[in-house]
Design a protein around this ligand. Structure first.
Ligand code: SIN
Length: 282
């Protein structure tokens, strides 16, 4: 089998000719690593991974983060469950975000495996924060240069979440541990990071977990973040990944945003996610 890398539309790369549940050769590992670093997200098809193989693949990239807030797989705590029941209205991840930006050393990436899919819909959209940075209008670039933003998980996972989250039906049995979220310290990261693997610059604020900008008051922060987010949602930086049985996505949280589309009312969707620890950003 020879490995082949194809561009996945505007964002990411599809990797063919590799069995990620098996023993990757050094060349295969390097080809995947290099596509991941360059594209920010890589996709695989027809993998049919067991839970052990999912864990084994994730471990190749670093230490697994045991998720503090999502329901865990009953046998494998390394696997966080991203569940939507047929009678549920809202979904987990149904807004632009990047995982774990609220950590002092944010996650490197996540490996998501499809376990149960709706007959139509349920794609995951990805946005390239490398492309968003490259295309920043000069006036916006100057305003954010050297600035840092504050990130938190309290308003999402804590006991007093934001209104739309409090009223969401994603929480019961699927999201928990609010006491841990309540005592999390806010963290600060640069608005534009220098990516630790690629050396490229990328935008690193996101609508879910960024709560303000250092040195600006609430209104100024809100306005500037709104401008950045509007820019990052330009369709030119976005591509949907359409899941099939056996599909796997491995994304870089420092180079992309993602968004779980919620367009399959009446059907279940079950995804298994493993998140890999990262490093401090600068
Ligand atoms: C996530 O936001 O981590 C999950 C994405 C998805 O379920 O498509």
């Amino acid at each position: 089998m020879s490995i082949e890398i194809r561009n996945h539309g505007r964002v990411g790369a599809e990797i063919l000719g590799v069995d990620i549940g098996g023993n990757l050769t050094a060349d295969e590992f390097e080809a995947i690593r290099s596509a991941f670093v360059q594209h920010g997200v890589v996709f695989f098809r027809d993998q049919l991974l067991s839970e052990e193989q999912h864990i084994g693949f994730a471990r190749r990239w670093g230490t697994i983060n045991i998720n503090r807030f999502f329901a865990a797989h009953p046998t494998y705590p390394e696997i966080a469950l991203v569940l939507k029941a047929p009678d549920q209205r809202d979904n987990i991840g149904g807004g632009w975000h990047t995982d774990h930006s609220y950590d002092a050393e944010p996650a490197l990436g996540s490996v998501l495996v499809a376990r149960e899919l709706p007959p139509v819909g349920g794609a995951t959209a990805f946005a390239s924060m490398y492309d968003a940075y490259e295309a920043l209008p000069a006036r916006l670039r100057i305003r954010i240069e050297g600035r840092r933003a504050v990130h938190s998980a309290r308003h999402v996972f804590g006991s007093k979440p934001r209104e739309e989250i409090r009223d969401s039906d994603t929480r019961a049995g699927r999201i928990g541990n609010s006491a841990v979220a309540d005592v999390l310290e806010d963290v600060v990261h640069p608005i534009v990071l220098r990516h630790p693997l690629s050396g490229k610059q990328a935008i690193y604020v996101n609508p879910a977990f960024t709560i303000g900008i250092e040195g600006l008051d609430e209104e100024e922060s809100r306005d500037l973040l709104a401008e950045i987010y509007a820019h990052c949602q330009n369709p030119g930086f976005i591509e949907d990944f359409h899941w099939r049985e056996g599909s796997v996505a491995f994304w870089d949280n420092r180079a992309t945003w993602h968004f779980a589309r919620n367009d399959y009312p009446g059907y279940a969707r079950e995804m298994h996610r493993i998140t890999i620890e990262g490093a401090a950003l600068d």
